[in-house]
Ligand binder design. Structure first.
Ligand code: ADP
Ligand code: ADP
Length: 226
């Protein structure tokens, strides 16, 4: 589904990722691992159209997307759930959810159906649908960010550090939900520092170090190397 081929990306003169090769097949959960500053977010920014590689290509289902703007990439089915969540705190939970559906705004019935599906996945969002997003707990805000991303019915969801700042019990629930979203048909690319939790749900992973991918393999292989 998604292929990064020999991708290098710079900020000014600084090369943040070097000759990266990543492949995500339809139906998979793939995880990017590595310390802070290793290049995971830069990889996400490149896939979602916020950064253009100076070398290499990004392909979505064999279509070159590395020169496309972010809104085109969303329409093609890749949606990113940002690390800092970017919710609208004054708006209600449901209003935030609806923001995610803007690319389908002419299909009212489809939106209603998707909303139902997301509420089924995260019942707490249904209970709190009329409350301001800013009143939710950290874990609930993360669920809302994921729920909003799902409203666009993505083929591929990019999740940047979904467990950041969450209590261990909530992290476990979050990964269960991610697994469930994947089972229901969304391919997932995940960045995590929490290698253990991420590998427990992933099919395969790539380990970053200073902008390079230094190890790749199935989750089983990476677990063994942990
Ligand atoms: P990670 O997501 O793995 O924490 P990043 O992709 O954010 O890593 O960062 C990779 C490297 O690029 C780091 O050295 C970081 O400081 C640098 N970097 C990230 N964003 C910028 C930016 N906007 N300008 C300059 N350097 C940046
Ligand atoms: P992330 O983990 O998402 O990469 P960071 O904490 O590294 O977040 O960076 C937060 C913001 O600061 C991002 O928008 C990133 O682009 C920017 N940034 C990170 N490193 C640098 C840097 N060395 N120079 C300039 N901007 C940077």
């Amino acid at each position: 589904m998604l292929d990064l081929k020999n991708v290098s990306v710079k900020y000014g003169n600084f090369t943040a990722i070097k000759d990266i090769n990543i492949r995500v097949d339809k139906g998979e959960i793939v995880v990017l691992l590595g310390a802070n500053g290793a290049g995971k977010s830069t990889t996400f920014r490149t896939i979602s159209g916020l950064k253009t590689p100076f070398k290499g290509n990004v392909l979505l289902e064999d279509d070159l997307i590395d020169n496309k703007p972010p809104d085109k990439i969303v329409k093609q089915g890749i949606v990113q759930c940002a690390e800092d969540r970017k919710l609208f705190p004054e708006m209600s939970v449901q209003e935030n959810m609806m923001m995610g559906a803007y690319i389908h705004r002419k299909k009212k019935n489809k939106i209603k159906q998707t909303l139902k599906e997301v509420y089924k996945l995260f019942p707490v969002l249904y209970e709190k649908r009329k409350n301001p997003a800013g009143s939710l707990s950290g874990g609930q805000q993360q669920m809302l960010a994921i729920g909003r991303a799902l409203m666009s019915k993505p083929k591929l969801m990019l999740l940047d550090e979904p467990s950041i700042g969450l209590a261990p019990l909530i992290v476990e629930q979050m990964f269960e939900s991610i697994k469930q979203i994947n089972k229901e048909g969304t391919t997932i690319l995940l960045a995590e520092q929490n290698a253990h939790a991420a590998l427990s749900i992933a099919d395969k992973g790539y380990v970053y170090e200073n902008g390079n991918i230094v190890v790749e393999g199935s989750s089983k292989e990476l677990f063994a190397n942990e």
